[in-house]
Structure formats: structure tokens, C-alpha cells
Ligand binder design. Sequence first.
Ligand SMILES: NC(=O)c1ccc[n+]([C@@H]2O[C@H](COP(=O)([O-])OP(=O)(O)OC[C@H]3O[C@@H](n4cnc5c(N)ncnc54)[C@H](OP(=O)(O)O)[C@@H]3O)[C@@H](O)[C@H]2O)c1
Length: 317
Amino acid sequence: MVSSENFDNYMKAIGVGFANGSTFKMTEIKFKLNKQFDETTSDDRKTKTVMTLETNLGWQRDEAMAKVAVVTGSNKGIGLAIVRALCKQFEGDVYLTSRDTTRGEEAVKSLNSEGLKPKFYQLDINDLNSIIKAAAFFKDKGGVDILINNAGIAFTAADTTPFADQAEVTLQINFFATRDMLTHFMPLIKPGGRVARFRSEDITEEELVGLMKRFVEKTKSGQHKDDGWPETAYGVSKTGLTTLSMILARRLSKERPQDKILLNACCPGWVRTDMAGDKAPKSPDEGAVTPVYLALLPPGATEPHGRFVSEKEVQAW
Ligand SMILES: NC(=O)c1ccc[n+]([C@@H]2O[C@H](COP(=O)([O-])OP(=O)(O)OC[C@H]3O[C@@H](n4cnc5c(N)ncnc54)[C@H](OP(=O)(O)O)[C@@H]3O)[C@@H](O)[C@H]2O)c1
């Protein structure tokens, strides 16, 4: 057995320096006894054998223990700006994820040209297999410290797609697919983790899912207004998401209180992106401010949690 103290001494002895907080795992033991171990060997010989074993151990920075941030839909817009900010402010690996590998890798290159080094992982939140594969990948990395569910869609006002179809697609990605992400990633959130969600009582998750399905159904028969729903599929999807975040935050407080994970929904403001157009007042970097603030709440913080936050302030909901 090599104790951590021995390991420190060993690294010092061979002159290898690592940043404070780096962790390591043993990757291989390259040791072969040239001679049969002899029980009658003197104590001196035994000591030499152990030393040989130590000097042939393979050590590697333990990626499984590195801190990890994951941002969905971050090849452009606010998601890309969040990755940029986290690369500058978060001490750990920042994963830019995108449903399209080419667009994702282009985005990584653009950040590389700014001297930043995000990692890339292909993730389509609308594909359950993609989510399951990603969850297994990040589980192998030891879990996730920061999860920002940024991916989302919106039909433009001018879009002539029938409202029922818009409702189905919008709810599917903004609510149901984001819920799938949370279902598979919440168990991976490490103690002290931070989860931010874009936009959102006493309602259960099942009741909420039932309500969201009911909205989509009612749009198909054109009865959603009579049933009390507004004429905005995007608004319903994001309201559902904020409500879901409050339900999940309550569950975290009940089931994992010792882990002190903070989960919040937020609004970035009106931001100049492909989704919101060029008339919006905020740049993507400005839009990233509130989600990044939530992602980097200091260790030990207990608030905000289960809140709706905009401009770094908790808003009444
Ligand atoms: N802009 C605003 O004013 C504003 C205001 C309030 C809230 N928000 C919210 O902020 C978030 C980001 O918006 P944005 O303005 O940056 O929009 P955007 O520029 O249109 O970017 C949306 C991102 O989501 C990705 N995405 C869409 N569907 C996906 C899927 N199935 N899997 C993975 N990624 C997917 C897109 O990828 P592709 O490039 O492959 O399409 C893109 O990277 C959204 O949730 C939006 O609702 C925006």
C-alpha cells in the first residue's frame, strides 16, 4: 500500500509539482519480481523490494475527481457566453455541449482563439439515448458540479407553423426534454453542486407533467384558450420549467439536505441572439451574468434555492 503521505514524498522526490487540490489515481503497477520472493530474505531486502514497487507506480491526474461544469445548447447565443464566462471563472473542466458536433467544435475553436479551453461533448437533449450516454460519460468523470440547462427553442412570431404543432415541439424541447435531462443528471450532481434552469407550490411533478400534456392536447382541438391557457407555447413551456425547478429544489432539500445543492430557475433578460433577434438590449455576455452568478454561488451558500432569479435578484413568483 502507498499512503498519500508516501505519495506526496514520492512526487517531491522525483520533482513533480501539481497545483493544490489536484487529485490522482493509480493507473498501473509496472512491477515484476525478477526473483521468487523468499520468505527468509532479510528485512533489508524486503525494504528494497517495496521501494522498487513504489518507483514503478503509474500516476495520472485523476480526471474523475476534477470539477465539472456542463452547459446544454452552448454552441451559440447565451449558452456560448456562459461557457466563456465559466472558462474564465470556474476552476474545473467546462463542457460546451451541442446537438451538432460540427457546430459544437466550431464554437470550441472560436473560444480557443480567445485563449479559452472548453471541452466538447455532443448532447441532444431531445434524444433520450443521447442524454443517457452523456449521463454515463459524466458519471465516469465523477459527476457534475454545475449543470446549466440552457438549451431551448422558440418559434418566431412570424412563423406560420400551426399553433398546435408549435405547442407540441416547444413543450417537447423546453419542458419534456429538459425534464429528461434533470431526471438523468440530478443523481450525478455532486454535493455543493449548482443547477440553473431557464425559467417557472404545491403541485407534484406528475401533476405538472399532466398539465403540460393537457396543454398540448388542448391546442390540437383548439380548446386551449377555453381551458384557461395563454396563447403562447413558449410561455407555457418556460412556466412549466420554472415550476419543475421549484418542485425539484424542494425534493433536493428533503432527500439530500446534507449535499447543499442549489437549484434555481433564471431569466437572462432580453438578449441579442438568433432566438430573440438583434433588437434586444443585452449582449450574450450580459445575458450570461445571472446564470453564471447562480452557477458560482460560493461553497456553503444556502440561498437562493428553488427560486426564480433575474438580474441576480430573487423575483416574486
Ligand atoms: N435570448 C433571450 O432574450 C432569452 C430570454 C429569456 C430566456 N432565454 C432562454 O435562454 C436560452 C438560450 O437562448 P438563446 O437566446 O441563446 O437562443 P439561441 O441563440 O437560439 O440558442 C439556443 C441553443 O439551444 C440549442 N438547442 C436547441 N435545441 C436543442 C437540443 N434538442 N439539444 C441541444 N441543444 C439544443 C441550440 O442549438 P442549435 O444551434 O443546434 O440550434 C442553441 O445552441 C433558451 O433556453 C431561451 O429560452 C433567452
